[in-house]
Design a protein around this ligand. Structure first.
Ligand SMILES: NC(=O)c1ccc[n+]([C@@H]2O[C@H](COP(=O)([O-])OP(=O)(O)OC[C@H]3O[C@@H](n4cnc5c(N)ncnc54)[C@H](OP(=O)(O)O)[C@@H]3O)[C@@H](O)[C@H]2O)c1
Length: 247
């Protein structure tokens, strides 16, 4: 055991979905604080560019969290001195197809949202948690959503996925009580990121029109600030849920 803060110079952090938006902002913030950051996502070119920009040691990890075998074996594929992960940021997620009545949805989109937002997040946690528990130390921050506690029409798949994140996170947190592993869920409202474009196959014009309908939005850096706030609390404090909305 050590009484070092979980976010210390040299701490190893794995960030899923680090190639864009919130995950990228969290990777930048962690690196600025001296963490060694494993930047995971599907787009390797983006990850390599990010690793080149970060001020500290970082690693690009091409990973599709919907690919169960790749997730299960992720720690074994890391160089040996990167395997002791102190901090896991479960951030990767998407909303393919966007808001539309459920009966009109493509079955493949439904499956892909659940495979990433729910199964991928749970399986990534399963790949990392046993070693954290064995060491009696670690902090997992999962990016949920306000849609994990409130629903809207025509958004059933994403809402369902984030309710699952919220239920899983709360149940697991109770189970981790007293183990030295902390679990925080950060639940943002609207964030201006690549999320909307990703909904519609990269359609930037449609994404700009969508964000234009709202008076304000959070930035990925706002969410990264909340993540760091949770990580910076002393070991006897567990920030359970952090809900952020645009003012
Ligand atoms: N934007 C919002 O309004 C909002 C609000 C509340 C919560 N959130 C949540 O915040 C998280 C991040 O979203 P964001 O706004 O930052 O969106 P974003 O800009 O589109 O970034 C999403 C990230 O997830 C990665 N990703 C998607 N599917 C993946 C997969 N199967 N395996 C690995 N990586 C994957 C993407 O990278 P690759 O494409 O390179 O794999 C990308 O890096 C998500 O969980 C989202 O549900 C977003």
């Amino acid at each position: 055991m050590t009484d070092k803060a979980i976010l210390h110079v040299g701490a190893v952090a794995l960030v899923t979905g680090a190639s864009a938006g919130i995950g990228r902002a969290v990777a930048v913030a962690l690196s600025a604080r001296g963490a060694r950051v494993i930047c995971a996502a599907r787009r390797r070119d983006r990850l390599e560019a990010l690793v080149g920009e970060l001020p500290g040691p970082a690693l690009a990890l091409e990973l599709d969290i919907a690919d169960g075998e790749a997730v299960d074996g992720l720690v074994a594929r890391l160089p040996e001195d990167w395997r002791r992960i102190d901090i896991l940021i479960n951030n990767a997620g998407h909303d393919l197809g966007g808001r539309q009545p459920y009966h009109q949805r493509a079955a493949a989109d439904v499956a892909a949202v659940i495979q990433t937002n729910v199964t991928g997040m749970m399986r990534t946690t399963l790949a990392i948690l046993p070693a954290m528990r064995a060491r009696g130390r670690g902090h997992i921050v999962t990016i949920g959503s306000v849609n994990g506690v409130e629903w809207v029409a025509n958004h059933s798949v994403y809402v369902g996925s984030k309710f699952a994140v919220h239920g899983f996170t709360n149940s697991l947190r109770q189970e981790l009580q007293g183990t030295g592993v902390r679990l925080t869920e950060v639940m943002p409202g609207l964030v201006r990121s690549e999320f909307a474009a990703a909904r519609w196959g990269g359609d930037e014009a449609r994404a700009a029109e969508f964000y234009g309908r709202f008076d304000s939005a959070l930035s990925p850096e706002d969410v990264a600030d909340a993540v760091l706030y949770a990580l910076d609390t002393p070991p006897h404090v567990n920030i359970c849920d952090l809900v952020l909305r645009p003012a």
